[in-house]
Ligand binder design. Structure first.
Ligand code: NDP
Length: 472
């Protein structure tokens, strides 16, 4: 019998997504450039209960095994490998067939490829897949973008393989590269969340003297409240893992240098290009970059000493500190999401993608790395007002920020007094304070610009554009 769907690219993501599809009862054909991975996938399908999965050695046979119109998911390395795979596939595909790229692809590549294959009558989609290996196998959050006709062809399958939280964690994001774009910003938001958690950890251990065991208990407690999320949950688990090669916990032995694959950088780049301020997400990217300068940091640590206050906690109990940090983390997170969602909204408007921010928040509730109870609150904020200009203006979020301000300021001040960099906490707070002030200091910047470059300025008391001969 012919397969419902095909999948090319059987590394971590492809293999697990293929098994997911098969486990939902859809027969799937699979192909990989090197045949061993195809054999591995077949073996796993057999072991996991004779799942309906068929492997092929030749692309031609793979394509011939698919029901028409053919549906092919690609999960190869982003960039050139995708172009090469499309070239080989399209030798065998026919008008009306559909290609869905599930990789972390730059959205403009997807739009270019869609145009290229349209000449052959093929449909093309870019579908963000989030949740890593286990998400791919057990239910990811899926962000498909491209033609509605393509989405309709995939819908019966993707609504079954996606995570299920109040319905399947998938929706037609929008046309063109909208799916890839939203996935990219999801990753930028993920950078922000991870950095905020890391800063909370730094304050708690350095200022508060929390042990790993205490941190584990605290994060477990946090995971039962407003911060409940996958990232808080795994962080609690991390604090409990012993070093398999020695004393103490593994987390203390890990080199403080982060890796990254580029989606965070892309998020900051695109935000700057469309003029959306994202201080928290930028701070997360900067922190990863600074972490990479380990040798410089070791050198600078010897050069610059800092005398921490005798009473590091400034009179607070550890319990009070933990409560303040929890509230500061939550407030910072609201600002970070406000920034990420503003990138999505602004780009959506520029590209006429007609994006539904509430639906996007909904499909992030399960499967993906940023899944959290919090996303349900965001969904509800957009249910109340689909055109909400910023999360900060939703009455519930506004109230939550308002009531957390004192803790937020306390935590940032304590961190600074103790010489601990908290760029994401303070970036969020600066974002909030900058938003909150009707009159900023930009009047002076405008005066300077007009002074040295005759860039002109507007006045607060009358319309028009003005220039002053400033020098006397
Ligand atoms: P990789 O990104 O490591 O890519 C490896 C796969 O690409 C292999 O199947 C490899 O085939 C194939 N490949 C590489 N070059 C070519 C080529 N020129 N022609 C044909 N095939 C080629 O795999 P992942 O599973 O990690 O990721 C797949 C996609 O999903 C990427 O875009 C990634 O960014 C994205 N993604 C990954 C996540 C993760 O947690 N890993 C999470 C979410 C998205 P061969 O075996 O022959 O070398």
């Amino acid at each position: 019998t012919l397969s419902k769907v095909g999948l090319v690219g059987l590394a971590v993501m492809g293999q697990n997504l293929a098994l997911n599809v098969a486990s939902k009862g859809f027969q799937i054909s699979v192909f990989n450039r090197s045949y061993e991975k195809t054999q591995d996938t077949e073996r796993r399908a057999k072991e996991e209960g004779n799942l309906p999965l068929v492997g092929f050695k030749e692309m031609k046979d793979f394509v011939a095994s698919l029901e028409k119109p053919r549906r092919v998911i690609i999960l190869v390395q982003a960039g050139k490998p995708v172009d090469e795979t499309i070239a080989k596939l399209s030798e065998h595909l026919e008008a009306g067939d559909l290609i869905v790229d599930g990789g972390n692809e730059w959205y403009e590549n997807t739009e270019r490829r869609a145009q290229e294959v349209a000449a052959k009558g093929l449909l093309y989609m870019g579908m963000g897949v989030s949740g890593g290996e286990s998400g791919a196998r057990n239910g990811p959050s899926l962000m498909p973008g491209g033609p509605k006709a393509g989405y309709d062809l995939m819908e019966p399958i993707i609504t079954k393989i996606a995570a299920q939280v109040d319905g399947p964690c998938v929706t037609h994001i929008g046309p063109g590269g909208a799916g890839n774009y939203v996935k990219m910003i999801h990753n930028g938001i993920e950078y922000g969340d991870m950095q905020l958690i890391a800063e909370a950890y730094d304050i708690l251990r350095t200022v508060g003297g929390f042990s790993n065991a205490e941190l584990k208990a605290l994060f477990e407690e946090w995971n039962r409240g407003e911060l409940e999320s996958f990232l808080i949950e795994i962080t609690a688990q991390i604090f409990g893992v012993k070093d398999p090669h020695g004393e103490g916990e593994l987390v203390d032995k890990i080199l403080d240098k982060t890796g990254m694959k580029g989606t965070g950088k892309w998020t900051v780049q695109t935000a700057a290009e469309i003029s959306v301020p994202v201080p928290t997400i930028s701070a997360a990217l900067d922190s990863r970059l600074i972490s990479g300068l380990k040798e410089h940091r070791v050198q600078a640590a010897k050069l610059f000493s800092h005398q921490a206050p005798a009473d590091r906690l400034g009179g607070l109990s550890k319990k009070d500190l933990a409560d303040h940090v929890r509230r500061a983390l939550y407030a910072s997170k609201i600002c970070s999401y406000a920034q990420g969602l503003n990138i999505i909204r602004t780009m959506g408007e520029q590209k006429n993608w007609n994006l539904q921010l509430g639906s996007i928040a909904r499909i992030w509730k399960g499967g993906c790395i940023i899944r959290a109870v919090f996303l349900d609150r965001i969904k509800k904020a957009f249910d109340r007002d689909a055109l909400l200009p910023s999360l900060l203006f939703d009455p519930e979020f506004a109230n939550e920020l308002q009531t957390r301000q004192a803790s937020w300021r306390k935590v940032v001040s304590l961190a600074i007094e103790n010489g601990i960099a908290v760029p994401a906490f303070s970036g969020s707070l600066a974002y909030f304070d900058a938003y909150r002030r009707e009159r900023s200091s930009a009047n002076l910047v405008q005066a300077q610009r007009d002074f040295f470059g005759a860039h002109t300025f507007e006045r607060t008391d009358k319309p028009g554009s003005f220039h002053q001969e400033w020098a006397n």
